[in-house]
Ligand binder design. Structure first.
Ligand code: 5GP
Ligand code: MN
Length: 394
């Protein structure tokens, strides 16, 4: 009679050891690969080679810069300065919000809208252009025409879908929650065998603070797109470098003007329309309403997210009337009014196809935007005629 009980015990033990070993090997691999598994070795090498050869470097980021745009560009600038580059400048297409003015290096940022001559002169002399947080020249307005006219090499580091091939090195990863995270990874990988001589533990705390800001704002303080363990490994390293994450939160989210707070109250109390069948909210503001609240660039940031705090609202749209620039007027048959559209959603309810097909825009599945050239009521009408074909009834 075979000893079946003993046999099963031995088999169980063997399975346990095999599984345990597998887990151990995985954990080891994970530990060592963690921040090495995103950008390719070639991308880091090629970008570093271009950086090594350049003394005058321009860093560009997208229109109406947000926390990630400012964080990724200023973080990259800080890092380059630490490696000995003395002439690095961040150029943004238009003004950035006041709640980002505290960021290290923000005072030196050149704004294309108001400092065109200075920016053009710098760009014409630049030996390298680094583009962060945008994926096509169109996303930086008229600065985009200048960008494509430049003969110097270009590096792109970004996390938006469907990038246009305009740079020599394209580090484009749409599964990353922020461009700032990608810049951190670039720095990390540069320092770990990628051609940079000092260890990550010596990264300037200002660089880490800028990059942390971008990671924080593009994930709504780690409340969406934030289920990746590596993100917290990076945050851990940043805090160890000296980033004061509580202070960053306060600087960004507890730094509104009274006018902006009142504007938010007005939007929620008087302007929010709810379409319960489609779990959708819509808020739109005309120019007169904006004047009433002394609207400043950035004041509308985040308003689109507010209706998602309602239990059964899964889609939110925010529209704001703006003036078209001279170049935009030319492109859109002389139309003077531009409507800026922001879309947000929760879970498996993409809004980027709607943004692309209805409002000539795009973006991420849960955070997209677009434009409409024409009167605000017309844009609202266009929204109402089409959202039912794209949003889920449930
Ligand atoms: P926001 O609503 O914060 O302005 O934009 C959210 C996201 O939508 C941005 O990160 C960007 O990916 C995308 N987006 C906003 N406006 C436009 C646009 O006009 N065109 C495209 N292609 N994407 C946009
Ligand atoms: Mn971003």
């Amino acid at each position: 009679m075979p000893n079946t009980a003993g046999y099963f015990k031995r088999a169980k033990l063997r399975i346990y050891f095999v599984l345990h070993k597998k887990k151990r090997i995985f954990a080891e691999k994970y530990k060592t690969d963690m921040l090495h598994n995103k950008l390719t070795f070639e991308q880091v090498e090629q970008a570093q080679a271009l950086i090594r050869k350049a003394d005058h470097i321009a860093i560009l980021t997208h229109l109406s810069p947000d926390g990630d745009a400012m964080g990724s560009s200023l973080g990259m600038r800080c890092f380059l300065e630490q490696t000995g580059k003395a002439d690095v400048r961040v150029i943004v297409p238009n003004a950035f919000p006041s709640f980002l003015r505290w960021m290290p290096g923000a005072k030196e940022v050149v704004i294309y809208d108001t400092q065109k001559a200075e920016a053009d002169a710098f760009l014409e002399n630049a030996q390298l252009v680094i583009c962060t947080d945008f994926n096509e020249p169109k996303r930086i307005g008229t600065l985009g025409d200048k960008l494509v006219s430049l003969a110097c090499p270009k590096i792109m580091i970004d996390h938006h879908l469907h990038p246009v091939e305009f740079a020599d090195v394209m580090m484009s990863y749409s599964d990353s929650a922020s461009a700032s995270e990608l810049v951190y990874r670039f720095i990390y990988q540069s320092m770990n065998g990628g051609g940079c001589t000092f260890p990550i533990e010596q990264l300037d705390v200002d660089a880490a603070t800028c990059l942390y800001t971008g990671m924080m704002t593009d994930t709504g303080n780690f409340s969406f797109n934030s289920n990746h363990p590596e993100m917290y490994e990076i945050v851990g390293q940043m805090v160890a470098l000296g980033v004061n994450k509580d202070a960053v939160y306060n600087n960004v989210f507890n730094n509104y003007s009274a006018d902006r707070m009142r504007l938010m109250g007005y939007c929620l109390y008087q302007k929010m329309r709810i379409y319960p069948e489609y779990h959708t909210a819509l808020i739109y503001l005309g120019r007169k309403e904006l004047y009433r609240f002394n609207f400043q660039s950035g004041d509308a940031e985040g308003i689109v997210n507010l209706p998602l705090q309602i239990g059964d609202i899964y889609y939110s749209c925010f529209m704001r009337e703006d003036k078209a620039t001279a170049a935009e007027r030319e492109q859109h048959g002389g139309e003077k009014t531009k409507i800026k559209i922001s879309l947000r959603s929760q879970g498996d309810r993409p809004v980027n196809v709607f943004a692309h097909e209805i409002f000539d825009g795009g973006g991420h599945a849960n955070a997209s935007g677009g434009e409409y050239y024409g009167a605000l009521p017309k844009a609202v009408e266009r929204f109402l005629q089409n959202y039912g074909h794209y949003f889920k009834k449930e």
